[in-house]
Design a protein around this ligand. Structure first.
Ligand SMILES: NC(=O)c1ccc[n+]([C@@H]2O[C@H](COP(=O)([O-])OP(=O)(O)OC[C@H]3O[C@@H](n4cnc5c(N)ncnc54)[C@H](O)[C@@H]3O)[C@@H](O)[C@H]2O)c1
Length: 283
């Protein structure tokens, strides 16, 4: 979608990190904003920054839990009533847990799959029919390098992001089948500094972490914290790369080029058949 000026951007997880930066990039291009997040204060902060960047930015916010279809449908209804539709959907909200897979609880799985996988699916379900009606649109799903290569201690997160890559590729093929004028991009960044390591702040009480803290889990959490904090590309840069992918209708978005080399190295490990590829080896 070449000209984004005056178009409507819908962004989930817009109260922090990458979602906030996506909102600022969209505002800079003259887009109207529809923001959804569980964090109301975070979204208000994003709106303030967007108005600082471009004072005439029009925006609407809704407190939504993307794991609930009815919440995402309410976001779609808001986009329609406030701005008449939605042109670019960023399915971006995401959370992470860690620990060895045998220690992950049913609550870990329900929470992370609910936000990272169902959240993306509900976004597609609520917004793509509107885009088909409009005759144009673009869907950006935030996956991760973890959608391709697996770090130890992140089984639930890795599984959720592999699902996002699978859903995105299939969505693009399904849209091609019906000759829809709707683009798809799947965003696959490596670690970059945001509040993702503090995802527990958004964990619902009914899915609370009740598992005892083990040493393995603590070590992996620390390793991930450091990897995120040391990320060399900022959320702002990743957001800008993502907007350019929308403008140029690019499907795979790898802001960190090194991830492509990791994907190739994983393919070589598959060819050797002897042991699983470890994306953190050598760190
Ligand atoms: N930071 C990284 O290293 C990294 C790397 C690869 C991919 N990602 C992905 O980037 C996306 C954005 O994460 P971030 O790094 O900006 O983290 P972040 O924690 O700064 O932002 C995540 C946002 O999602 C919101 N959110 C959480 N649960 C929600 C729910 N149920 N419904 C609606 N909103 C909810 C949070 O309130 C927050 O505003 C995620 O999908 C994440 O998996 C992050």
């Amino acid at each position: 979608m070449k000209d984004l000026n005056g178009k409507v951007a819908v962004i989930t997880g817009a109260g922090s990190g990458l979602g906030r930066e996506l909102a600022l990039c969209c505002a800079a291009r003259g887009m109207n904003l529809v923001l959804g997040d569980v964090d109301e204060a975070g979204m208000a902060g994003t709106v303030r920054l967007a108005e600082e960047k471009r004072p005439d930015t029009a925006s609407a916010t809704l407190t939504v839990d993307v794991s609930r279809l009815e919440d995402v449908e309410a976001l779609a209804a808001l986009a329609r009533s406030r701005f008449g539709g939605a042109h670019v959907l960023f399915n971006n909200a995401g959370v992470a847990v860690n620990g060895p897979v045998w220690e992950n609880t049913p609550a870990d799985w329900h929470w992370v799959m609910g936000v990272n996988v169902y959240g993306v699916s509900w976004g597609i379900r609520a917004f793509v029919p509107m885009m088909l009606e409009q005759g144009e649109g673009h869907v950006v799903n935030t996956a991760s390098a973890a959608g391709w290569v697996n770090a130890p201690g992140s089984g639930v997160y890795n599984a959720s992001k592999h699902a996002v890559v699978a859903i995105s590729e299939t969505l693009a093929l399904d849209l091609r089948d019906v000759n829809a004028n709707i683009g798809v991009s799947v965003l696959c960044p490596a670690f970059f500094p945001t509040a993702i390591v503090n995802s527990e702040r958004n964990r619902p009480r009914d899915l609370a972490d009740t598992a005892p803290e083990t040493e393995t889990k603590r070590l992996r959490q620390e390793q991930l914290r450091q990897a995120v904090e040391k990320g060399r590309i900022s959320a702002a840069e990743i957001a800008e790369t993502t907007l350019q992918a929308v403008e140029n209708d690019r499907f795979y978005v790898f802001p960190h080029q090194k991830v492509k080399a990791l994907v190739a190295a994983r393919a070589q490990a598959v060819d050797r058949e002897t042991e699983p590829f470890d994306t953190l080896s050598g760190r």
